[in-house]
Design a protein around this ligand. Structure first.
Ligand SMILES: [Zn+2]
Length: 78
């Protein structure tokens, strides 16, 4: 079992490369570990709802390594 607190730790945001001050979260679109301002922006991006639903659907199927649907894409993965 991977410790999410360790794998999600970043000194700098994967997306905007600004210091995270130790506060990070996983993107819903892909496997980037991002800062809270980026997360807030991501919530308003097209397809965010689909990304969340795809992530939850994968977890229900037991797929905890689901990489996300990608940003700016509408199509669902198989
Ligand atoms: Zn950021």
């Amino acid at each position: 079992m991977i410790d999410p607190q360790k794998t999600m730790q970043r000194d700098k945001c994967d997306r905007c490369h600004q210091p995270t001050n130790g506060v990070t979260t996983m993107s819903m679109f892909n496997q980037e570990v991002i800062c809270i301002p980026c997360k807030d922006k991501e919530k308003h991006e097209p397809g965010y709802k689909e990304a969340v639903e795809a992530d939850h659907a994968a977890i229900r199927k037991g797929d905890y390594n689901f990489p996300g649907i990608g940003r700016g894409k509408k199509q669902m993965p198989h």
